[in-house]
Write a protein that binds this ligand. Structure first.
Ligand code: SF4
Length: 708
């Protein structure tokens, strides 16, 4: 058998070195690969921080391949971003297999269900009412589906309208499974079957967490992915959010109509309509229940509209956004949304559910083995669809109750979920959503991950805060007796590659005083111009709000353009991909950006030599942080001071540290890269936590700019 020892493969005499004359073996990469291998062998968990340039993909792939070849399969690899998923699947694994001259491993890329076309739903969608342009998209999807091998939206050569894709995508609540006439050709089930035999499965955090959550609710532990015992989580700093997201419920004005449309629609081919069409096969009771369900669902849609118009909008209106048109979230507290309207809403859904469950009970006797007459087949299909529809309605009823009827906490009880009304702006109009999400994910992560999967590797370039893993291990509830941690040395010479500049004379953003704020923006803009000139552009200005980004861009745009720089601002004309493309293509570019440019952007070389961060990325107060603070207060009740815990120290500062590391990390992507990082928030120098934040960044030369 091929020698699969990491030290040899990644070493100076190994098969990879033979491919590249200037190959440099990296000690941290070998160290990581050995630690991953050891963790798999001992069935433990490992948190490993590997900075940019370590080459962590190969460091976890080599032990993963070794496990798979020795029959311990499948190994599941999960990433946060689609780009990384694609890179591992299409490049890293095939390259490694070639270098190592290994037989073909079965590697399967698994995407979320909604990415796959449902052939049955596509057929049914032809019976819905469509505008001309929509119908022509539907026809194009039909033509493509006849030759497509994978049937994913990403492999379609155009981007379908969301209204179309939502009608034709695979949907767990509208799926006949093995009873489906197109089951044998089904793209989604084909990808599931493929992964049953896979050696390595590449997936993403949302599908992974959904799979693990589903497995905890099924008796035989069946989920979306096959059973596995070895898991690698890359970009693990985003795992907490992914778990929270997977357990988050969202409800909008149009959600009730969307739900009810499956039962009754304009073209009379909804589920309840179908029951009427097969009335000659069914007893009268079923049809009575169908009429009752139909009436209650109609009421449900009506009550939902009244509830949003009269209660939700009114409740959200009191909030003042930081800027016109900005998104806001307002926490729902006990009693806030409990009204006659919400009671009517919940009651109408509960009544619809009783009728739906009665239909299911009446249909069940038809599900007899061996009775396969054509008519009965139709009834059996109706039963399958009605069961999942009834299940979906029941889940929504429970989630809505949890979201609206927020409980008053008593004694030492900790809340599990926080509810809010979130207002976002779409085409200049406010869109309201009720949301309910878990406050902490520790217990969920323990339940679905650390107590279930024998061996988990969690890796990222940013896992530690102040060189400690405590923050992430604690938030995810890793068991200390079964968990190891490893922080690898840097492969870059940050001391010589980066100069950090701190500007303690720039005041703190006086965000609640609009007049003072204008002066503050003037001062920050002048400082930005100074440092952007030094690197002749080639700079990212990473802001913490859209308003700050626009104000700073507005002030300096013309001056920087006159100096010959290509100045861009996120959210203006170009998409994120177009911005990155232009930034890489045009030397001397300057980009003003917010959130999505703080992480995951890779611009090696001298087109990016300067990262300017005007303000520390503290999140604005929001329902989640408020609920977390409240939970800490409950914990602390009656405890002596020295045993009390501090939410700011334990959660806020670490989150800022991780984000700051991500922003900083955009600068140096290769050994030959050099540049400056300008951190303009004086709290880094003046506040005790500033030291923690600075200690969390790679050690580099620091300069203090004492001018105002
Ligand atoms: S099996 Fe389910 S997902 Fe596949 S085509 Fe049929 S209904 Fe759609």
């Amino acid at each position: 058998m091929q020698n699969l020892e990491p030290e040899w493969i990644l070493g100076p005499e190994g098969p990879i070195a033979k491919q590249f004359p200037d190959y440099e073996s990296r000690q941290p990469q070998i160290e990581m690969a050995k630690a991953v291998q050891n963790t798999f062998e001992k069935q433990r968990h490992l948190f490993v921080e590997a900075g940019t340039g370590v080459g962590k993909s190969y460091a976890f792939l080599i032990p993963a391949i070794k496990q798979a070849i020795s029959g311990k399969k499948p190994v599941v690899i999960s990433t946060n971003s689609l780009a990384l998923q694609e890179q591992i699947y299409s490049k890293d694994i095939p390259d490694l297999m070639r270098y190592l001259n290994l037989p073909n491993l079965k590697v399967v890329l698994r995407k979320g269900r909604g990415n796959y076309l449902s052939l049955r739903r596509l057929f049914n969608a032809g019976n819905l009412a469509w505008a001309n342009d929509e119908y022509s998209q539907l026809e194009d999807i039909q033509t493509w589906s006849e030759t497509s091998k994978v049937g994913t939206i990403q492999s379609l050569n155009f981007v379908p309208k969301p209204s179309i894709w939502s009608e034709v995508q695979s949907d767990q609540y509208d799926c006949l499974g093995k009873k489906c006439p197109t089951y044998k050709k089904c793209f989604y089930y084909k990808s599931r079957t493929d992964s049953e035999e896979a050696d390595i499965i590449i997936t993403n955090h949302s599908l992974l967490t959904l799979d693990l959550l589903v497995k905890t609710t099924t008796e035989d532990n069946t989920g979306i992915l096959p059973q596995f015992t070895q898991l690698i989580i890359d970009e693990a700093h985003t795992l907490e959010d992914a778990i929270r997201q997977a357990d988050t419920f969202e409800w909008k004005l149009g959600s009730a109509a969307f739900l009810s449309k499956r039962a009754k629609n304009k073209k009379d081919n909804g589920l309840l309509d179908m029951l009427h069409k097969m009335s000659h096969l069914l007893n009268g009771r079923i049809l009575d229940y169908a009429d009752q369900a139909n009436n209650h669902l109609t009421n449900f849609v009506k009550h939902n509209e009244i509830f949003f118009e009269k209660d939700v909008v009114d409740f959200a209106r009191n909030d003042k956004a930081e800027e016109p048109g900005a998104s806001v979230s307002k926490r729902i507290k006990p009693g806030n949304l409990q009204s006659e309207n919400s009671t009517n809403l919940l009651l109408s859904l509960a009544k619809a559910n009783i009728a739906l469950q009665a239909i299911v009970s009446e249909l069940r006797p038809f599900d007899r083995e061996g009775d396969e007459g054509e008519n009965l087949k139709e009834v059996k299909q109706a039963l399958t669809l009605m069961e999942s529809y009834s299940k979906q309605c029941k889940e929504i009823e429970n989630d809505l109750k949890r979201t609206i009827n927020v409980k008053q906490l008593e004694g030492d009880m900790l809340p599990d979920f926080v509810s809010s009304v979130d207002v976002s702006i779409f085409k200049k109009q406010p869109v309201y959503a009720l949301t309910s999400m878990p406050i902490f994910v520790k217990k969920i992560a323990q339940n679905i991950l650390f107590s279930k999967i024998p061996s988990i590797i969690l890796t990222s370039a940013t896992l530690t805060v102040n060189n400690q893993f405590h923050f992430i291990c604690n938030n995810l509830g890793a068991y200390s007796e079964r968990t190891d941690t490893l922080k690898l040395g840097h492969v870059f010479d940050y001391l010589n590659q980066v100069k950090m500049i701190l500007t303690p004379q720039i005041p703190i953003d006086p965000y609640s005083n609009p007049k003072e704020r204008q002066k503050y923006f003037d001062q920050v803009a002048a400082k930005i111009e100074k440092y952007v000139e030094i690197t002749q552009g080639n700079a990212f200005i990473l802001c913490t709000s859209n308003l700050a980004m626009r104000e700073l861009h507005k002030r300096s745009r013309e001056k920087l353009k006159r100096l010959g720089m290509n100045v861009m601002c996120q959210g203006e004309d170009l998409t994120k991909e177009q911005i990155i493309h232009e930034f890489k293509a045009v030397k001397g570019s300057v980009l003003y950006a917010v959130d999505s440019f703080w992480q995951g952007i890779d611009i090696p070389g001298n087109h990016l030599q300067n990262i300017i961060i005007p303000k520390l990325p503290f999140p604005p107060p929001n329902p989640l942080s408020e609920a977390q603070e409240e939970a800490y207060n409950i914990w602390n009740r009656g405890k002596p001071r020295d045993r009390q815990r501090n939410v700011f120290v334990e959660r806020t500062v670490p989150n800022v540290a991780i984000k700051l590391q991500q922003g900083f990390g955009r600068l140096i992507r290769r050994k030959t890269d050099t540049g400056i990082v300008v951190l303009m928030d004086q709290r880094l120098v003046n506040k005790p936590y500033g030291k923690t934040l600075l200690n969390s960044l790679p050690e580099c030369k620091k300069l203090i700019d004492d001018s105002a």
